[in-house]
Design a protein around this ligand. Structure first.
Ligand code: BDP
Length: 713
């Protein structure tokens, strides 16, 4: 009785907090006032801060700790010269404060940290220790995370270091402030007012990234304008680099391969031409003069109309190396994208990156890392892992995810990408044997890589909530956490995010996380179940268009991927088809070569099967397919109900927007189901199974829908 009364009282106390309006600007760094009983306990553990100096990185760490604890306790910790009871002590290896502490700092690198409940000079303190100041910054955020999650055990003992060196956001931001595949408003980079005006949003962006361990940002679109490498834009990038530096973040730029012609006035961009090589060297020198810690270049070449080395009958290695040689003496790197396919190549698009890059293994300079999308086509709701992972033992590979949900419902869908990231990272390449997961490849543990990295195409814009919706913020969050630890769990990450973004109350967190964990699979089911892919509308990539067949390039047409006709559906990538399976290690290839061993989720990616093919469930393929669409729709309906039940825990503003978006998602899910099934049944000529409603409209209705003003295109 008493217990339930106390629980009830606590509930009231906890409920009192989320009522405050929240526009989402503070992301997961809200630092809201803790309920009274916890507040005092928290303050007792954050009375003061002892820090070893005032460098920019330390100032960031200390500033964030003060801001965070001031918010959560109502009292900012004071700065102190020596530890007192309840102090937070920041110390780098070698500091006298660490004498006698026996901390496991070895192997943590410059960015790892240890957090401990410790006794220094006879008083109890919380110690954050590291080999470098970046580690102290990340350790500070880790402590704040615990405080926000109300997960601060009596004896703290945490040790963490990033498993990947380069943890980088790729902004597909244009110089006119539009964002390619951006669904959260204009670019946050206000190029026009830079470098004169450095608005506070840049710092908040850097703080959010630092809180996750993201340590790099490519500022401009991979479809790059040459002007981004001219003096005025270098000055603008330098201004942003100045804001990012105190938060441990390096700036990179996308380089247009033909820039030596367009802004250098040369008549060629041939990477083997000495004048071209000299131009890139001089350009790099100019950039490093303005940005001494410039990270390097990201390059998209000979892909989707971009210029590249093949224009001069040179290889991608030649192309990467000319840029690599330009930045190498400054310590810079080149991230060279393997996202290539060509209209001149009639082979299965899924095979082309491997075909181009595999023969170049070992031919890249040692400051090049090849950036490979998670799957062989293009950021689809589900793709099997890219066959290049595990196949380039002498070339470091950087994994590229897309955080902005270009193909997963863009801003409207509540699709938490943690499970997608996790699925890719845990996929077993079997490169040398069992357990050679994509995660281990990317960490350089399968083949020893001199550089390691993970990139994510950002979902950030000037919307007040940064990402177009509150739940889209979770994808930025999850990307950062997986980049730090590719072996992390998507559910654990979702719990952190939900607790910090809303409330740590388990009555909210548990159901919210359950909903998030199912949300991406719902999208897969209502858009492209059973391994279907690339069925969306042309150009803006929103909504279904499986019937499209007449676009200029064959592989731009959805019909190219589904290969549906009266006899069946699916892309035969086995030996009797494109034989894309042969690009995988033999055990994986054998597994995917047989529809009986291929998981249902990837079935039609690899196999063309008759409509009455017998599935594991015992149902025929046609029925299974229809029921999957229906299941996706039902999942969205379930999410709407779940969200409605969480209303008591969420402020009105974020509650209402999420509810409205879920309503929109339900409409979109039904649209996908109905349009797809209307089209497929025009081929299969089979009745829908029980439980799947007939499409609301005839096929022609769906075929007539166009959205000319859709964003991001
Ligand atoms: C595709 C996008 C396109 C990008 C391309 C890329 O539709 O806007 O330029 O990826 O990654 O998915 O380069």
């Amino acid at each position: 009785m008493l217990r339930s009364m106390i629980a009830g009282l606590l509930a009231v106390l906890m409920l009192a907090e989320p009522a405050a309006a929240d526009d989402g600007y503070d992301l997961w760094l809200r630092y809201t006032l803790a309920p009274a009983p916890q507040r005092a306990a928290l303050h007792a553990r954050a009375t003061s801060i002892v820090a070893p100096g005032r460098s920019p990185l330390l100032a960031s760490a200390v500033g964030e700790l003060r801001r965070g604890f001031a918010g959560m306790t109502g009292v900012a910790p004071v700065m102190a010269d020596r530890p007192a009871a309840g102090a937070i002590v920041l110390a780098v290896a070698g500091s006298r404060l660490l004498d006698g502490q026996a901390l496991p700092l070895e192997g943590l690198g410059r960015e790892g940290y240890v957090i401990r409940s410790a006794t220094i000079a006879g008083v109890p303190v919380t110690l954050i220790a590291a080999n470098g100041e970046a580690g102290l910054l990340y350790g500070s955020f880790a402590l704040l995370r615990r405080a926000q999650m109300a997960d601060w055990p009596a004896r703290l003992d945490e040790r963490s270091a990033p498993k990947v060196q380069l943890r980088v956001l790729n902004h597909w931001d244009n110089l006119d402030r539009t964002v390619e595949r951006g669904y959260a408003g204009q670019s946050i980079w206000d190029w026009w007012s830079l470098p004169d005006w450095k608005g506070p949003r840049y710092t908040d962006y850097a703080r959010a990234n630092a809180s996750l361990g993201i340590n790099g940002a490519v500022l401009n679109n991979v479809n790059a304008r040459p002007e981004s490498l001219t003096a005025p834009f270098i000055a603008k990038a330098a201004a942003l680099a100045d804001v990012m530096r105190p938060w441990g973040i390096k700036i990179y730029l996308s380089a247009r391969f033909s820039a030596p012609i367009e802004i250098g006035k040369l008549n060629t961009a041939d990477p083997l031409d000495p004048a071209v090589q000299a131009w890139w060297r001089a350009k790099a020198d100019e950039i490093y003069k303005a940005i001494p810690d410039f990270g390097g270049f990201l390059v998209k070449a000979n892909s989707e109309g971009q210029p590249g080395p093949q224009d001069y009958h040179r290889t991608h290695a030649d192309g990467a190396n000319v840029l690599a040689q330009a930045v190498r003496r400054h310590g810079g790197i080149v991230m060279y994208r393997a996202f290539v396919y060509s209209e001149a190549n009639p082979d299965d698009r899924a095979k082309q990156a491997y075909a181009d890059f595999k023969p170049l293994d070992g031919r890249f300079d040692d400051n090049v890392i090849v950036q490979v999308k998670n799957g062989a086509i293009d950021f689809q709701p589900r793709e099997p892992f890219h066959p290049l992972f595990g196949a380039m033992p002498r070339t470091p590979l950087m994994l590229e995810f897309q955080i902005t949900k270009e193909y997963l419902g863009q801003n409207f869908s509540l699709a938490y990408l943690g499970p997608l990231f996790e699925e890719v990272l845990r996929a077993d390449t079997m490169a040398h044997g069992r357990g050679d997961t994509v995660s281990r490849v990317v960490q350089g543990k399968v083949d020893p890589y001199r550089i390691t990295g993970i990139a994510g195409v950002a979902n950030i814009g000037v919307d007040r909530d940064w990402s177009g919706s509150t739940f889209n913020q979770a994808n930025w969050y999850a990307f950062g956490r997986f980049a730090w630890d590719p072996d992390a769990s998507s559910a654990a990450i979702a719990r952190e995010w939900a607790a910090m973004t809303f409330t740590p109350d388990p009555r909210f967190v548990t159901p919210a996380v359950a909903m998030m964990q199912r949300s991406r699979e719902a999208v897969v089911d209502y858009m492209t179940p059973l391994g279907l892919h690339h069925q969306m509308a042309t150009g803006y990539h929103y909504g279904p268009a499986p019937w499209v067949h007449a676009l200029a390039r064959p592989e731009w047409n959805p019909v190219y991927y589904a290969r549906a006709d009266a006899s069946g559906i699916g892309f035969n990538r086995t030996a009797s088809g494109s034989n894309a399976v042969a690009q995988y290690a033999p055990p994986v290839a054998a597994f995917y070569a047989d529809p009986k061993t291929t998981p249902d989720e990837e079935l039609l990616w690899f196999h063309h099967l008759p409509w009455d093919y017998r599935m594991r469930s015992g149902r025929i393929l046609w029925d299974e397919l229809a029921l999957r669409y229906q299941h996706g729709v039902a999942e969205v309906a379930a999410m709407r109900r779940q969200w409605a039940a969480l209303r008591p825990y969420v402020d009105e503003e974020r509650f209402a927007k999420t509810a409205a978006f879920l309503t929109r998602e339900q409409h979109d899910a039904e649209w996908w189901r109905d349009a797809s099934l209307a089209y497929w049944s025009s081929l299969s000529r089979r009745p829908l199974p029980a439980g799947v409603p007939a499409p609301a409209h005839p096929l022609e209705h769906y075929q007539s829908i166009t959205l000319p003003f859709a964003p991001g295109n």
